[in-house]
Design a protein. Structure first.
Lengths: 117, 436
């Protein structure tokens, strides 16, 4: 019940704060924007086209790399348990695994997979 | 009554706070006022802002040609209230007849700006009214219940504007190609340059250079040197000053505002004895990594000597052309031009930075020698010949070729590296009245 009362108090305080901010905004700045004021600024020429457009985002290579390292992190949780039991040998094995993944990053970098265009 | 007193007190407090900061100014600048506006930006009382939305004052500086100034009414109406326009060292504006006229140097302008700003914040001066009607050229309301949409699957003409065109991308996919007009008064481009670009994402697929803004040509030391032999020391300090101001602009555009301010301060009071300070600045620019990591990674934007064979751009591409080689005074100083190789954006940065140091060195050794005066001069942008357009004017024609295929950010870097003079200048009138 106490929690409900607290939540209600927070809700009411939020409503009051938003209402007060809106009232203050209307009083301090009662000006509404004209059509020319609302036009996006690009140097003085109004835009002829709507800015809504679809383009190729080219995230494939980055998405694949993310997946590779995401799975690597998943793999490292059980490895942490094994590491306590096996010690240095498992550390070396994990380093080899990470190095192989790093080769992939270097290859993508060389192929300019990270640049947009 | 008490409520009214509270509001008055609140407004006075806000006005006092507004007066305590620098006056935000958006500048629309003709060719002969660009350097003066740069100097204005060095004053603490004024802040030159990037868009009219951040400004209180619209400053229209310098002498324009006949006819309306492109985009001026639109920019005027985009200033938030209270707004005011100041016309500095120029004629009355047909578009904004109520603009306050100010003639004089930067000090006089700042004094007048402070006085006008105080008046308008105190309510003693009324804000300027909008110039354009409060109606949209195209009805933004569509057919949907919330004013959205039109016809067709994607809405046809949402909010009254046509959607982007379609064009194949580099993988052969039919994707949207958005035509965007940028300029002529946007901080991302040199003053007066208007570009119509077609964008797919941020990749430029087509460029057209818009109409040039007509201005009166500035008369500087190099123009005077067309007719009158001029001290080599003066010309070389002016050349170094020009390149430092260019460096200040490109540093600000690349996000290195502090270094840009340093370059601008150095340019303001430049003398041959500033060489070590200039070298410290150039070393800081190189250490910032902007040339190696940002500008040097741009693929494209290469200008060959066949396109522009003169000036720093031609020399950065390996051309040895320099009118100073034919002048006796420069021969006595054993002048040899700095010559680059690659002609790309980074080469143009390195070229101008090297030429700043070289010019200061020449100025320090020039003594009383004079140069030129016979109708041609090696200007900071290249060869200037009497009664002919400057050689650098041809750069605007090759801009579409240079920029197509680049990302927008890289294209901005390339444009600034060219040190374009984007204005259409009328005949140059020397103080004596002689036309060149």
């Amino acid at each position: 019940m106490a929690a409900l009362g607290s939540a209600l108090a927070v809700f009411l305080a939020t409503v009051l704060a938003v209402g007060a901010a809106k009232w203050a905004g209307d009083v301090l700045n009662p000006v509404t924007l004209t059509i020319p004021e609302r036009v996006p600024f690009a140097g003085g020429i109004p835009p002829d086209y709507h800015a809504w457009n679809r383009f190729h985002i080219r995230w494939y290579t980055m998405a694949l790399l993310f997946l590779a390292f995401d799975m690597e992190m998943v793999f490292m949780y059980p490895w942490a348990v094994v590491f306590i039991r096996e010690g240095l040998v498992s550390l070396v094995e994990m380093m080899m695994f990470i190095l192989i993944l790093l080769v992939g990053i270097v290859y993508t970098w060389r192929e300019r997979g990270f640049s947009w265009a | 009554m008490a409520r009214a007193r509270v509001f008055v007190g609140l407004k006075e407090t806000l006005g006092r706070l507004a007066r305590s900061g620098p006056i935000p100014v958006f500048a629309v600048t003709a060719a002969d006022a660009i350097n003066a506006v740069r100097d204005l930006g060095l004053r603490r009382e004024v802040e030159i802002v990037a868009t009219p939305r951040h400004a209180s004052v619209l400053l229209v500086a310098g002498r324009f040609g006949e006819g309306p100034i492109a985009g001026l009414s639109q920019i005027h109406d985009q200033l938030p209230l209270p707004r005011l326009t100041v016309r500095w060292n120029g004629e009355v504006l047909a578009e904004i007849p109520q603009a306050r006229l100010v003639a004089g140097d930067v000090v006089e302008l700042v004094d007048r700006l402070l006085a006008l700003d105080a008046e308008i914040l105190a309510g003693a001066l009324a804000s300027e009214s909008p110039l354009l009607p409060d109606v949209d050229a195209v009805e933004w309301r569509g057919v949907g219940p919330y004013g959205h949409g039109g016809s067709g699957m994607t809405g046809g003409t949402p909010f009254g504007r046509p959607l982007a065109d379609r064009a194949p991308d580099r993988d052969g996919l039919e994707l949207d190609q958005l035509p965007v007009s940028v300029g002529p008064w946007v901080g991302a481009l040199p003053a007066g340059l208007e570009l119509h670009v077609k964008l797919q994402g941020d990749l430029i697929q087509g460029v057209e250079v818009g109409p040039k803004v007509a201005v009166m040509a500035p008369v500087d030391a190099f123009v005077r040197a067309l007719d009158v032999p001029t001290p080599v020391k003066l010309l070389e300090v002016e050349r170094a000053r020009h390149h430092l101001r260019w460096l200040a602009d490109v540093l600000v555009v690349h996000g290195l505002s502090a270094l840009g301010l340093w370059a601008l301060r150095l340019a303001h009071d430049l003398s041959p004895s500033d060489r070590s300070e200039v070298e410290r600045l150039l070393s800081a620019v190189r250490k910032s990594g902007v040339i190696k990591l940002v500008v040097g990674r741009i693929r494209g934007g290469v200008v060959s000597p066949g396109v522009v064979g003169t000036g720093p751009i031609g020399r950065a591409a390996g051309s040895g052309d320099d009118a100073r080689l034919d002048d006796q005074s420069y021969q006595e100083l054993q002048f040899q031009p700095v010559i680059g190789e690659t002609g790309d954006t980074a080469a143009r940065w390195n070229q101008r930075m090297a030429e700043v140091v070289q010019s200061l060195d020449l100025a320090a050794r020039a003594e009383e020698r004079t140069a030129f005066g016979s109708g041609c001069v090696e200007g900071p942008r290249g060869l200037i010949v009497s009664k002919q357009p400057p050689a650098s004017a041809s750069l605007l024609e090759v801009l579409p070729t240079l920029l197509t295929g680049l990302e927008w950010g890289d294209a901005v870097s390339v444009v600034w590296s060219l040190d374009l003079d984007a204005f259409a200048t009328s005949v140059v009138l020397l103080p004596s009245g002689t036309e060149t």
